[in-house]
Design a protein. Structure first.
Length: 311
């Protein structure tokens, strides 16, 4: 038997043992868009249960997930805030960042210091100061790409996903790893989060502003130059915030562009349909940190101005 097969068997055994001793989590999902639905898919494959918290109770959501070679169905029950139990143990926040506050309103009063909150959003800091003290905050960062409009979600690329934020993974993590491709635990999630943040701060606003798929950034030297400048401004700031920051974001961003070449970035999709974009939680976060350091990031500032000014 190969080592990888042995490892998988061991993980299956551990997951089975754990499910016999501890019930698997029931997740209350805020935001059943592309990423929320993909996460719900993997969680339910691993035996967890998921329900969507909606303001108006309705029939279960019937989702379609289109993977490279198969189409899968997923039924997600809905609950209204009034139907929630007094204390919720597991919340998955996958709403778009501009709607985080209204999403949290739905579970207000049901979170406590035993709640595990898994944040699966672009950008940084959308939950800062918004959770009860003591609640456990886990971050999920992915470079997977999903497109479409609910209830149909096309999985464009299943890349790496990291979850982290506490020294040790929760008990359910190993079992989830069997069903979530390329899922890794990262105790110190911040550097991974910043890597993704820079990719989003470069790819998303440029593709939204120029209305192009991610891969088109590679074909135009002027756009590549803009991407390079955005990366070096971000690197200069992040190196001040953390001396461990490895820099060289441009190389990492080029890799994400290649991995998601055919994708429409989430910001381009939002911008095209006139929805509020996540730019405040992405480039806005960088600008805010820069301001605290007495720095300016002119290329990021100009993009934020261009994408937030009313035409
Ligand atoms: O995260 C993304 C997004 O579109 O929000 C990338 C990785 C850029 C893929 O499009």
């Amino acid at each position: 038997m190969l080592d990888t097969e042995k490892n998988l068997l061991f993980l299956h055994y551990r997951a089975y043992y754990f499910s016999m001793t501890e019930p698997l989590p029931h997740w209350y999902l805020l935001g059943a868009g592309n990423m929320g639905t993909l996460a719900a898919w993997y969680l339910t494959r691993a035996g967890h249960t998921v329900s969507v918290v909606t303001n108006s109770p309705r029939l279960p959501l019937q989702k379609q997930l289109i993977f490279a070679n198969q189409r899968m169905s997923l039924t997600l029950p809905c609950v209204s805030p009034a139907e929630l139990p007094p204390a919720i143990k597991h919340v998955l926040v996958a709403s778009k960042t501009p709607y985080t506050d209204s999403a949290l309103q739905r579970v207000k009063g049901h979170l406590n210091n035993e709640t595990q909150v898994l944040r699966f959003q672009n950008g940084v800091g959308a939950l800062d100061g918004r959770l009860p003290s003591g609640s456990v905050m886990l971050e999920a960062i992915t470079t997977s790409a999903v497109k479409g409009q609910s209830p149909q979600h096309t999985i464009v690329a299943e890349n790496v996903t990291w979850i982290g934020g506490t020294a040790q993974p929760p008990e359910w993590f190993e079992g989830l790893q069997i069903h979530w491709p390329n899922l890794h635990w990262e105790a110190d999630i911040r550097l991974v989060q910043w890597r993704k943040l820079v990719a989003n701060a470069v790819i998303n606003p440029l593709t939204a502003f120029y209305d192009i798929p991610n891969g088109a950034l590679m074909n135009d030297p002027a756009l590549l130059d803009q991407a390079r400048t955005l990366c070096s401004e971000a690197d200069a700031l992040l190196a001040i915030l953390d001396s461990q920051w490895p820099g060289d974001s441009f190389t990492a961003v080029l890799e994400v562009i290649r991995d998601t070449a055919d994708n429409t970035s989430s910001m381009r999709a939002d911008y095209q349909r006139g929805a509020t974009t996540e730019i405040e939680a992405i480039n806005g976060w960088l600008l805010c940190q820069a301001k605290n350091q007495g720095m300016d990031l002119p290329s990021h500032r100009r993009l934020v101005e261009a994408l937030t000014s009313t035409p």
